[in-house]
Design a protein around this ligand. Structure first.
Ligand code: NAD
Length: 419
């Protein structure tokens, strides 16, 4: 069994994936050194008044990895224990994600070390407005455009947009994406990561010539990404047999009744205890006898310890970095086809891009147009990556990275070094 690479450092994992692509491309050292490092990293410590009249100090981050191809773009995550290391890794991933699907953006990421579930709505709003103010020097429609990620919502994006607009003295809707429709949000943004995952799962099943009439799916994480993936995959004719959240999971080999599950979750706050399925842990869910596994929660879920017990034929990565590099190589040896995060979950940033374009033009498109354009962009990228993977005998991940890194390297070279 291979030894795990320092799993505690998400950034070293991101750099390791970059190195694999840089080796394939034979990237010159001077470009490699630049792209291996983030451009800007901002750490902020800020106080927030809590409802019980106390004051708590929070730590937040905004990191821009690269802006050679356009303004920085990337989500804001509210997660207990969030570190600068993790944010740097995710910022780098965003650069490759935007490049592989051809969006005119660089990569960024941010967030606050907080469990948002322990805050009241008022506290969450105060924290958000203060954090937005702290990172305001970096963000804006032409500089760096945040979006939702784990633990953040369209409402939180609306507060960020309003805070930046108050500073500017006028509305700046294009300063953030993933907003509610009422303030310049886009049709289809909420579902976009799940919709992109569904499109690519169907394409991958076609490519793999999976013969089953209704391939089965297990989804780890039942939030923005996992929840919409479950619904859309089921609508597309796949059988969703298991889902989980941070507390528990539920499994029914005949297929889950997703409407009943949604109602159960609304009442109980978790998918656990659902009568229409048997209880499973997150670890058990990953090893179920299914066709497709969609990890859509947190990092490092499939590792050297459990990769050889994964039974899925296909893994479509909803979460960022749900597989460790060691798991990747074990799964590759076992012929498990992986659609990598930077491609698989790019539906979110693709429709964020549409939202930004619509806000800048103050002209809004219909849902059908959004979904058609999303399908076109993400499917085209899938086949570009697939062809590179087949022609150059690379894993899908390394192929996706190689295409992306090449585009960013080309932009860096053609721009040159200032001054
Ligand atoms: P979310 O907060 O809406 O949902 C996260 C889900 O994961 C919840 O069901 C939560 O209970 C579950 N979860 C949390 N900790 C867990 C644990 N330890 N084990 C199992 N489940 C756990 O978040 P989201 O926006 O759906 O993001 C999920 C993943 O997808 C993240 O990796 C994020 O970076 C990535 N992603 C999000 C977007 C987006 O637009 N929201 C886009 C692309 C990628």
């Amino acid at each position: 069994m291979p030894v795990e690479l320092k799993p505690e450092s998400a950034y070293s994992t991101a750099q390791h994936q970059f190195d694999l692509a840089a080796d394939v491309l034979d990237l010159p050292d001077e470009i490699r050194t630049q792209l291996r490092e983030v451009k800007r990293e901002l750490v902020v410590h800020f106080p927030v008044h809590l409802d019980n009249d106390s004051i708590e100090l929070f730590t937040g981050y905004r990191v821009q990895h690269n802006i050679s191809r356009g303004p920085a773009k990337g989500g804001i995550r509210y997660q207990a224990g969030l570190t600068l290391d993790a944010v740097k890794a995710m910022a780098m991933l965003m650069t490759w994600k935007c490049a592989v699907v051809g969006l005119p953006y660089g990569g960024a990421k941010g967030g606050v070390d907080v469990d948002p579930r322990r805050l009241s709505a008022g506290e969450l709003e105060h924290l958000t407005r203060r954090f937005a103010t702290e990172i305001a020097l970096l963000i804006g429609p032409e500089k760096d455009i945040p979006a939702p990620d784990m633990g953040t919502t369209p409402q939180i994006m609306a507060w960020i947009m309003d805070t930046l607009s108050m500073h500017a003295g006028h509305s700046v809707p294009a300063s953030v994406t993933g907003k509610p429709i009422e303030v310049g949000g886009s049709e289809g943004r909420d579902d976009a990561p799940g919709r992109g995952l569904t499109f690519l799962t169907l394409e991958a099943l076609k490519y793999l010539h999976v013969q089953e009439e209704t391939p089965t799916v297990a989804i780890q994480g039942y939030g923005t990404v996992g929840g919409s993936a479950a619904r859309l995959m089921s609508e597309a004719g796949l059988r969703v047999v298991a889902v989980s959240d941070s507390k528990s999971g539920t499994y029914n080999p005949k297929g889950l009744d997703l409407d009943a599950l949604r109602e159960h979750r609304q009442v109980r706050g978790t998918v656990g205890g659902f009568r229409g399925g048997e209880q499973v842990t997150n670890a058990e869910l990953l090893e179920l006898p299914i066709t497709v596994l969609v990890p859509a929660a947190i990092e490092n879920q499939v590792t050297a310890k459990n990769a050889d017990r994964v039974k899925a034929r296909l893994i479509t990565e909803g979460a960022n970095v749900p597989l460790t590099p060691e798991a990747d190589s074990i799964l590759h040896d076992r012929d498990v086809f992986v659609v990598p995060d930077i491609l698989a979950n790019s539906g979110g940033v693709i429709v964020s891009y549409f939202e930004w374009v619509q806000d800048l033009q103050a002209f809004f498109w219909e849902g059908e147009e959004i979904n058609t354009k999303l399908h076109h962009i993400i499917t085209r990228a899938f086949y570009e990556v697939l062809h590179t993977s087949v022609n150059k005998r690379l894993t899908m991940r390394t192929a996706a990275y190689a295409l992306a890194v090449q585009k960013v390297a080309n932009a860096s070279v053609v721009r040159g070094i200032y001054p």
